[in-house]
Write a protein that binds this ligand. Structure first.
Ligand SMILES: Cc1cc2nc3c(=O)[nH]c(=O)nc-3n(C[C@H](O)[C@H](O)[C@H](O)COP(=O)(O)OP(=O)(O)OC[C@H]3O[C@@H](n4cnc5c(N)ncnc54)[C@H](O)[C@@H]3O)c2cc1C
Length: 469
């Protein structure tokens, strides 16, 4: 059996992060009817951060959080754990969609990460944060040139960046595919254990008096008179003054939210803990970089506290026709086989290592490739969704925007274009599926062609629609 298939043979379908004995007991499901001031729907980072920040701003706020399955069961407990300050997915994207706001968004992103880390400290949440920055590696000559350009630009802007040529990069992390690397060392970017972060936030909001109902899905939300909302849930009805939808890539009852985002599936695998010899063969345990390759269909990979490697992204990422989010999209052998094959191309010296876990999750992608906040029903229902691939840090800010829109100490942030500008809606099917697939194939082709972009991608670049996850 080929190495990459053999390596997956005994893996189990379960996010590595969920498979820990510190997973908290589930809170009981809703039984009967109840009322509250603020109902939060969704127990991922957005919902949890919203509850915490609302409580900090208004300690007597009566808040309920409902979660369809379990806290951290969505993207928040399934991601790579790359903590990044970016709120709007890079300078070019920011300038195009929010002209004049780049500097403010940069500062807000840095402030958000700083406050996030201070919150972990304050409430004693051990999310296994490691301040390792982020490192981009070049695996073809086109990307050596583009990374070098980025290095020169960042350096000129006074950023704390380090350039690695081929040998220097391989001395940091040894892969025969690496031709150069760029380490963004400044700021607070790094890695976390995402499930521990969710579970820590869960503990804190319970301590602050938030009621959590797990295994409680929202079925329908409707106005009740002039000032209240009525949420029909599994197990009962919740009447509230305000509702925050923190459901991200999952089906949303509100049409405006549905039109703003599409669910994109991302797949990951994790190795067993590496032994001394395996660790020495790559040397990564000494530097612990958070890595991704500078490509359109990029892989992101990192080392865990117990020296496993988690590996995701690449060509396995998929949008399924008509917003597929069902279980049939989750555990698809070909996706994991592709990931495994690409892993061994990067680290052939790890031949023989086994993958213990494989899993998948849903990224919500908006046409502006960053979060989409909004409000409806006369200011009673808000949302923050669509973080695309950068939500570990940005969700805290999305939650802040969501609760400010609902009146919890609003600031001038909610007057920014970033919040008020309506996103372009995704086109209907079948054009949506065809467009996403065409783009993905064009991106794969560009990666194989030294990064050279074809006509379709050039057209999308002109419209600032050049990537999908
Ligand atoms: C595989 C993968 C890797 C990623 N890697 C990274 C990374 O390394 N760094 C990074 O910054 N970002 C990453 N992301 C993105 C990041 O994880 C997300 O942007 C972020 O977790 C979104 O948080 P959320 O709370 O908005 O959504 P989610 O975590 O998806 O939470 C939404 C919750 O709502 C619940 N829900 C849905 N419908 C209902 C309903 N009707 N009633 C009640 N509850 C409902 C769901 O069950 C779910 O728990 C990754 C995403 C994936 C999938």
């Amino acid at each position: 059996m080929p190495t990459h298939l053999e390596a997956l043979r005994d893996s189990k379908y379960c996010p590595l992060w969920h498979d820990q004995n510190c997973r908290p007991e589930a809170q009981p499901a809703l039984v009967g009817n109840t009322t509250c001031e603020l109902l939060i729907v969704g127990g991922g980072f957005t919902g949890l951060w919203a509850a915490l920040q609302a409580k900090e701003r208004q300690p007597d706020a009566d808040i309920i959080l409902i979660e369809k399955t379990l806290i951290a069961d969505g993207a928040s407990g399934r991601n790579g754990g790359f903590l990044n300050a970016s709120l709007a997915h890079g300078e070019t994207n920011t300038d195009h969609h929010f002209p004049g706001e780049a500097q403010r968004l940069y500062e807000l992103g840095e402030q958000n990460i700083k406050e996030l880390l201070e919150t972990l400290e304050r409430y004693n949440i051990d999310a296994r944060y490691e301040k390792v920055g982020e490192t981009s590696v070049a695996t073809n000559e086109g990307s050596v040139a583009s990374l070098r350009e980025s290095y020169e630009r960042e350096k000129a802007d006074g950023e704390d960046v380090v350039w690695f040529d081929r040998d220097a990069m391989r001395a940091q992390v040894n892969s025969p595919t690496y031709l150069a690397g760029l380490w963004y060392r400044g700021g607070h970017n790094g890695i976390v254990d995402p499930a521990r972060l969710c579970w820590g936030l869960k503990r804190v909001i319970l301590e602050l008096g938030v009621r959590i109902f797990e295994h409680t899905g929202l079925d329908e939300v409707k106005p009740l008179g002039r000032d209240r909302m009525r949420a029909l849930c599994d197990g009962g009805v919740i009447e509230s003054d305000k509702v925050l939808m923190a459901t991200n890539g999952f089906y949303n009852k509100i049409r405006k939210v549905r039109r703003a985002i599409i669910p994109v599936w991302d797949y990951q695998i994790a190795t067993e803990p590496l032994n001394e010899e395996q660790l020495e063969s790559i040397g990564w345990h000494k530097t612990r970089h958070a890595l991704s390759n500078d490509a359109n269909m990029f892989h992101y990979y990192r080392i865990t506290a117990d020296n496993r490697i988690t590996w995701g992204g690449g060509g396995a990422v998929r949008y399924y026709y008509n917003r597929g989010t069902g279980a049939d999209c989750a555990d698809i052998p070909e996706r994991f086989e592709q990931l495994s094959r690409e892993f061994f191309e990067t680290f052939p010296q790890l031949k023989g290592v086994r993958f213990t876990h494989r899993w998948s999750g849903i990224i919500a992608t908006s046409t502006r490739f960053c979060m989409v906040p909004g409000i409806t029903y006369n200011g009673r229902v808000a949302w923050s969704v669509g973080y695309t691939g950068l939500g570990v840090g940005a969700t805290r800010f999305g939650a802040r925007v969501g609760i400010e829109l609902l009146g919890y100490q609003p600031s001038d942030v909610i007057k920014m274009k970033f919040v008020t500008k309506k996103p372009m809606a995704w086109v209907p099917e079948p054009a949506r599926w065809i467009g996403v697939r065409l783009t993905q194939l064009a991106l794969i082709k560009a990666d194989a062609n030294n990064g050279k972009r074809g006509l379709w991608l050039k057209l999308l670049d002109m419209l600032n629609l050049g990537f999908t996850c």
